[in-house]
Design a protein around this ligand. Structure first.
Ligand code: FAD
Length: 316
């Protein structure tokens, strides 16, 4: 079967869930091989084998972590030219999309971004993209070079499929031309103790209806062991950081449970959460568009509803 390269999304060897999703999609196209760039591959190997990587190519050189993006794209391009895979799948993060763009240029290949589904077809790799806040789907296929595809997080549920996960160290050379931006400092964001937004099984979000006070949203999230999300109105008002924004210009989440509090349900917000398995909304306006989407709706003031819900959860 043809080889499909999957770029591992990790932080010092801690693999993010998106990698399991990419490996799951890659199995529909051929035999997945994971590409691990940087240090810490040892701690990632078990996960990668568990989710179906037959091989794990390890590309480790100081320049790959000292500099931003360009050396990674260059190293990946060398591997693509050597292995001639049938496709390359990369997560649709800011870094993933930049690597994918540079890789497409270097290999003279077609690139499809923000894909939500892939399958093998008569024209090679066929993809579905969700555009205009999820209002249109576009079916597309790459006609030139090696298909390079970035996949939106949470587009598929990661499925285990144990494979060999055989490690192969790959020597890469990084040119001076790729050393364009050196990392001078890097510190982790202050730990909240909550799960990462795109990885969480439960997300509790707040919107303009919070009036800027997220304490009740956070308390309910903590009772449920959930991540906190925010609408753009809340983010634009400076009430919550942009990294927590859910929607078209924020993150896409697809948790088991999404609870929208004081959020009207604009299409741009829906674009980031409408594939959640169960959706609950608390809104004081019974005509709010979010109620068209929900599995359970509570018409009420979130300042009264959330403390009661938090107490009930904490009692259990
Ligand atoms: P509102 O629409 O003002 O809704 C507030 C809701 O809170 C109302 O339904 C109200 O009834 C309810 N409410 C008020 N007080 C209470 C209370 N005490 N208790 C319970 N309910 C209460 N938006 C996003 O969220 N994410 C995006 O990524 C995003 N991207 C965008 C990209 C573009 C190009 C554009 C044009 C817009 C984008 N938006 C995005 C903005 C989007 O159109 C909406 O403006 C935004 O989602 C509204 O946020 P909201 O629901 O919090 O506020």
């Amino acid at each position: 079967m043809s080889e499909i390269l999957v770029l591992v999304d990790h932080l010092d060897g801690a693999v993010r869930k998106t990698t399991g999703e990419l490996l799951t999609l890659a199995r529909r196209l051929g035999t997945p091989s994971a590409v691990f760039i940087g240090s810490g591959a040892d701690s990632a190997q078990t996960y990668l084998a568990q989710y179906g990587a037959e091989k794990v190519y390890v590309l480790d050189a100081p320049e790959l972590t000292e500099y931003l993006v360009a050396p990674k794209a260059e190293a990946l391009a060398q591997l693509v030219s050597d292995k001639q895979p049938a496709a390359v799948l990369i997560g649709s993060s800011a870094e993933g999309k930049e690597i994918a763009g540079r890789l497409a240029i270097k290999t003279g290949s077609g690139l499809l971004t923000d894909v939500v589904d892939v399958r093998a077809g008569g024209d090679g790799v066929e993809t579905t993209q969700s555009v205009f806040a999820g209002n249109f789907t576009v079916e597309a296929t790459v006609t030139k070079g090696t298909p390079i595809v970035t996949v939106k997080p949470n587009s598929v549920t990661p499925e285990e499929a144990p494979a060999a996960g055989a490690v192969e160290a790959v020597t890469v050379t990084v040119s001076d031309a790729a050393k364009t931006a050196r990392i001078t400092d890097s510190k982790p964001r202050e730990a909240t103790g909550r799960p990462e937004l795109t990885e969480a099984a439960i997300v509790v979000s707040g919107g303009r209806g919070t009036g800027g006070d997220f304490s009740q949203v956070e308390a309910f999230a903590d009772a449920l062991g959930a991540a906190v999300g925010a609408s753009r109105a809340a983010v634009d008002s400076g009430w919550y950081p942009h990294s927590f924004q859910v929607g078209q210009t924020g993150k896409t989440v697809s948790p088991q449970l999404y609870v929208a509090n004081g959020i009207s349900g604009a299409i741009q917000h829906r674009a980031g959460m409408q594939t959640s398995k169960t959706i609950v909304a608390v809104n004081k306006d019974e005509e709010a568009p979010i109620f068209e989407l929900v599995d359970f709706g509570v018409v009420g003031d979130l300042k009264e509803v959330l403390p009661q819900a938090t107490d009930e959860v904490n009692k259990r």
